[in-house]
Ligand binder design. Structure first.
Ligand code: DGY
Length: 315
């Protein structure tokens, strides 16, 4: 069967060039154009693939409604929106978009760290509000005297650590197991590491295993000079505990690209002057999003051409 006779469910909108490629290769039913229940009622029995932007849940209840489904192709390296055990139990292939975003997210993370430590958005707001003629902007914290603790040392973590080390800033890392080829000191206990450093960069996968890994205790151990940067998933940080720590100044500040219930950001966070908040844009450049989109398409084409998936998620 030619791939252009294959029905696909597309959840969430991707870049126009990617959507065009999907339309050229498949019969695409888009949740951006029609309610998903209507699509499933009419075409559920024919749908063989899902392309998902990763924002809507791809849970077992959905998978159960698609008896011919073979593959879920996720836009993004993180696939916590997909119930992977349920997909595996149903014999489905799940793919993601690794590696093509490593450098982009790492560059961005350094920017978010510097913005948070040196308060760049706050200083920008100060100038725009016309405050500069009345008084110079307050002095800020510095990167110079910091030690960075990486929470996670996967491929993106390594790219971040390499950049931080180039600033002559010491780096240590926490992960479940030490990594043989990583030149930084491994700390086997997260609480111990939070106690030893003043800056945490969170870059672990989301999902049940890492839920609230960064909790009130870890934030307390990080201490009053502490800066927390989260570019992973909102679920990894206990958001309420973080808000309390920022309010009580038991940590100094936070730079957040991800939130517990995106795109909603609690008012209490919005009101914090010691937090830099950005809307999940770590990989958000034309260059990198195009490469991620291409992988979504390539995985689907390759699978339905009988060549297997290009980038299946790790087992
Ligand atoms: C990812 O790739 O997982 C990024 O967070 C974009 O969703």
């Amino acid at each position: 069967m030619a791939t252009n006779e294959i029905h696909l469910l597309s959840m969430g909108q991707m870049m126009p060039a990617v959507e065009k490629q999907l339309s050229e290769s498949f019969i695409v039913h888009r949740t951006a154009e029609r309610p998903i229940d209507e699509i499933i009622a009419e075409h559920g029995a024919k749908i063989r693939g899902i392309a998902t932007r990763g924002r809507d849940k791809c849970d077992d209840a959905l998978l159960a409604k698609l008896p011919k489904l073979e593959i879920v192709s996720n836009f993004g390296v993180g696939y916590d929106s997909i119930d992977v055990p349920a997909a595996v139990a149903r014999g489905l292939v799940v793919t993601n978009t690794p590696d093509v975003l490593n450098d982009e997210v790492a560059d961005f993370t350094v920017g978010l760290l510097l913005s948070t430590v040196r308060e760049l958005p706050q200083a920008d707001a100060y100038v725009r509000a016309g405050n500069w003629p009345h008084a110079p902007y307050r002095l800020t914290q510095s990167l110079r005297d910091r030690t960075v603790g990486m929470v996670g040392m996967g491929r993106i973590g390594r790219a971040i650590a390499k950049r931080i080390a180039a600033f002559d800033v010491p780096v240590v890392y926490y992960s479940r197991r030490p990594q043989a080829d990583v030149p930084y000191r491994h700390v086997p206990n997260l609480l111990d590491m939070a106690d030893q450093v003043d800056t945490l960069i969170v870059i672990v996968p989301g999902g049940p295993e890492t839920k609230h890994l960064i909790n009130a205790e870890v934030l307390k151990a990080l201490g009053r000079r502490g800066i927390l940067i989260n570019v992973a998933r909102g679920s990894v940080v206990d958001q309420q505990a973080l808000i309390t720590a920022l309010k009580d100044k038991t940590i100094h500040g936070a730079g957040l690209d991800v939130f517990a219930d995106e795109p909603r950001v609690p008012q209490e966070l919005i009101e914090r002057d010691n937090a830099v908040l950005v809307p999940h844009v770590g990989s958000g450049t034309h260059h990198t999003r195009a490469r991620m989109g291409q992988l979504v398409v390539d995985n689907l084409r390759s699978w339905f051409d009988g060549q297997g998936p290009v980038t299946p998620i790790p087992e």
